[in-house]
Design a protein around this ligand. Structure first.
Ligand code: UDP
Ligand code: UDP
Length: 123
């Protein structure tokens, strides 16, 4: 069974892509099986080494917007790609816009080892 930590890796980690093209999100949302039904509206992929993303859990405590557990924010900006569902896109034709950004990311972490399980957002 896929753990929450594994699910985070599948949905959000892509350290090895150096060149993100316009078709990146349509390819990756399908490849990683994150489109969902209905189409998932927003999903972020992180292009940084896994150890750097895991390290976010060990420091950088920030308040969460709602009552969620502990949120952790990266101490530096990270290379990410936001995949945003285009308006009028209907399952199974989930059509995504690919937006490259450098932002601080916020995750929640759980378990022992204490690792990322949920992508909260970027600022
Ligand atoms: N999400 C993401 N990047 C973002 C914002 C959201 O990948 O910048 C994904 C993430 O997987 C999260 C899901 O979208 O679990 C739902 O986001 P949120 O909890 O904000 O959704 P809401 O409940 O507000 O619709
Ligand atoms: N999850 C969590 N806290 C939250 C929201 C989600 O621990 O506030 C867990 C949820 O149970 C799921 C995993 O994080 O197993 C992934 O959540 P989601 O499917 O929303 O996607 P993600 O946040 O990883 O993008």
């Amino acid at each position: 069974k896929e753990t929450q930590a594994d699910e985070f890796l599948r949905q959000h980690m892509d350290p090895d892509t150096s060149k993100v093209t316009a078709s990146y999100c349509n390819t990756m949302m399908k490849l990683r099986n994150v489109m969902g039904e209905p189409c998932k509206p927003v999903n972020t992929f992180i292009h940084e080494p896994l150890r750097d993303v895991q390290a976010i859990c060990l420091k950088g405590d920030v308040p969460c917007k709602n009552t969620k557990s502990d949120c952790h924010q990266s101490s530096s900006k990270m290379r990410i790609t936001d995949c945003r569902l285009k308006k009028g896109s209907i399952y199974p034709q989930c059509d995504y816009e690919t937006q490259q950004k450098r932002k601080y990311i916020i995750v929640t972490c759980e378990g022992n080892p204490y690792v990322p399980v949920h992508f909260v957002g970027s600022v």
